[in-house]
Design a binder for this molecule. Structure first.
Ligand SMILES: Nc1ncnc2c1ncn2[C@@H]1O[C@H](COP(=O)(O)OP(=O)(O)OP(=O)(O)O)[C@@H](O)[C@H]1O
Length: 279
């Protein structure tokens, strides 16, 4: 399944927030959405989630136009600030969302238990949401996003309040979800982290989208024993297997490799090379 938006635009009063944005995401892939503050990322995601009416443009799934209610039923939307109903417990919040998505009561309860376990909040099932920390609320927000088993996940800065372990888990969970048939879009300003988890990147500036001009594959830094750090070399490999093959060849040839690591600043470099700035 492919979700495609063409020429999406949205203005607020006289301010053009999104100006003819294009994006296409498919099952199995994780797409990063990056851009400066005010570039229009959240506005674009809201339109893709069926929560904000575009002024113009089309949204299709596998080529067929899709209306907002159907979009809402297939998309899981995780906003950057997750408002909870503070007096409800974590379990009640997820059950309520399940019910709102049309699950029968017992299924909604079962799904809530399953999701609280997934995000390691089972012990908070019966505690009111106001007792959760910011990162815990974000994990609950992620669980809420998954309640109706969406086929498309749109996540706006999902990891900003999470601790390192939760971030790593989120990254693994997103890959598992993509592998099991989800298309994932994730907006983030943490570019090194993003580049570790995405297959594609869309850059947004002043309401417009453009594919990132990242080359295929990744660069790896290689240093041999007694080689000064400054003279370590970098090489580009198509994928991890190719990198591992090269490492094996070096070792077989008796080279004393002491550093062999992926360089994850490429997205950051491409971003900083943009002329665009915050608005
Ligand atoms: N409801 C609104 N009413 C008026 N202007 C809005 C509204 N929502 C967004 N905007 C404006 O539209 C532009 C795009 O905002 P948006 O939130 O989509 O940017 P963003 O790329 O998500 O930014 P950030 O990285 O800071 O989250 C901004 O200039 C913002 O001020």
């Amino acid at each position: 399944m492919t979700l495609t938006a063409n020429g999406l635009s949205r203005t607020f009063g006289r301010h053009v927030a999104v100006a003819g944005a294009d994006i296409s995401v498919s099952t199995g892939s994780i797409t990063g959405l990056v851009g400066p503050n005010g570039a229009g990322k959240t506005t674009l995601l809201l339109m893709l989630a069926g929560l904000l009416q575009p002024d113009s443009g089309t949204i299709t799934t596998d080529g067929a136009e899709i209306d907002a209610p159907r979009l809402r039923s297939m998309v899981g939307w995780m906003p950057d600030v997750f408002g909870t109903w503070d007096s409800l417990t974590a379990g009640e919040i997820l059950t309520t969302f399940g019910r709102l998505h049309g699950l029968p009561r017992t299924d909604a309860r079962r799904r809530a238990v399953e999701l609280l376990e997934l995000v390691h909040l089972a012990e908070f099932a019966d505690r009111p949401a106001h007792e959760l920390s910011r990162g815990q609320k974000q994990r609950l927000g992620f669980a809420r996003t998954l309640v109706h088993r969406p086929r498309v996940l749109l996540l706006d800065e999902p990891a900003s309040g999470m601790d390192p372990r939760s971030r790593v888990e989120l990254r693994d969970q997103l890959r598992t979800l993509a592998d099991s048939g989800c298309a994932v879009v994730i907006s983030s300003h943490i570019l090194t982290e993003l580049s570790e988890m995405v297959d594609d990147v869309i850059i947004m500036t002043e309401g417009r989208t453009r594919p990132s001009e990242l080359s295929a594959g990744h660069r790896w830094r290689i240093r041999e024993a007694n080689q000064p750090a400054a003279s370590a070399i970098t090489m580009r490999f198509a994928d991890e297997r190719a990198a591992a093959r090269h490492l094996a060849e070096m070792i077989t040839a008796g080279r004393q490799v002491v550093e062999f690591a992926r360089v994850d600043t490429e997205l950051e470099d491409a971003y900083l090379a943009l002329d665009a700035d915050r608005t």
